[in-house]
Design a protein around this ligand. Sequence first.
Ligand code: AMP
Ligand code: GLY
Length: 459
Amino acid sequence: MPLAEHFANIFDMNVMVVGSGGREHAIAWKIAESAIVEKVICVPGNGGTASEPKCVNVDLNGCGYIKSGENPYVQIAKHEDCSLCVIGPEEPLANGLADIFWESGIPCVGPKMAAAQLEASKDFSKEFMQKYGVACAQSRTFTSKEAANEYIKQHGAPVVIKADGLAAGKGVVVAASEEDAFSAVEDLMESGRVGDAGKKIVIEDYLQGVEISVLAAVSVSEKSIEYGTSAIVPFLPARDHKRLLDGAKGPNTGGMGAICPVEDVSEKTMELFRKNCLEPTLNGLIQEKFDYRGFIFFGVMLTKDGPKLLEYNVRLGDPETQAVLPLMDFDFVDMCLAIAHGTLFNFSAKWKKGFQVAPVVVSGGYPESYPKGNVISIDKRQVRKNKAKIFAAGAVFENHSKTPQLVTNGGRVLCCSAFGKTFNAAWENAYGALKGVSFEGAFHRNDIGLPGAAESGEL
Ligand code: AMP
Ligand code: GLY
């Protein structure tokens, strides 16, 4: 019997979701769909989760009952009677929030701190990849600018310079020339553009190809290692579009839209990915005796020599989640319970036949500075008619007037994720639904998922 059904006989669950982005809105929405869930506590959530059935936003600082001593997330989880917690973003994971939940006896989806280093330190993750034979680019790590520059002179360009630590997507420079590489080293190590994250850098060989994102559920723990029941379940391949403008032009962003699945990824490519990236990763997690009960993200370059891993994230991707979760043809809470309780090896993930296209709408001026507080108008009929779902990100309810209004509060404001039986139908639906969304300065790409829209890795 699926765990969700089993639990349904016992109680209606309350589930906590940590985070405030579009990814967390999609997670909360999918959790709320489950028949066994009574309430989803979003900490802090956003304007989207606030208006989702069963979902309640709780402000960590403003909820009134937090006392010093015990971790505030744990206090909220206990107060709200949550029997499961799903942690969305990387920072709380890198800071050990999953460890704290498990220590407090609250089952949690998200790796413990030691395993979260796979995202928090590029040096750590490259060492892991090399140790366990995960297909990836050659690299060297440096703590001195002089040694890094010496290596660049010997190696030549193109080359990729990466800050070791978390840098909110601003820590990687693909350098086309040696001069660009020297200035990236200066920028990351000396000028402190990304703070302490750049004190150590990784210099990596440049890989040419197109990128995909593969998200997966993972359940590795002391028990699963002992019983041989550790498991990893990959999701359908997805693709993010990181550049601001059509044709993969303009500056990098947090993600301007995603598609799932990716038609140009063959079964043979996925087979190679499983053999050369996925399986060695699971083996590494087991050998290192990590407690990894959560989601993992593989940033993959499809090169002419096969798929190569660029990076791990220890969480679901944003905006990939908004394109992937609507295609799940299973109870997401069931999967989360299987991750946390060690039965993922028994879990069969079924997917809807069709496509999701999910463009992101951003504030004018993003990724630099942008205004906040612009009123967002959404024509719900237009959205529904196009089989679309709006996932809010930088959008909150403002309570100044009698009727609270949804206003912009961030760079990436929302994501419009639409279904279609074919890619073209999904694309038409997504862009049709977007006609019903407006706010002052709203901007989106017009080519998400189209030929030429993906970064090609060509310099
Ligand atoms: P990362 O955070 O390591 O995934 O790097 C961010 C982005 O930089 C990737 O999504 C790629 O577009 C690019 N990138 C990273 N590593 C490489 C590489 N070895 N070769 C080419 N492009 C890369
Ligand atoms: N879409 C890439 C990320 O979530 O980091």
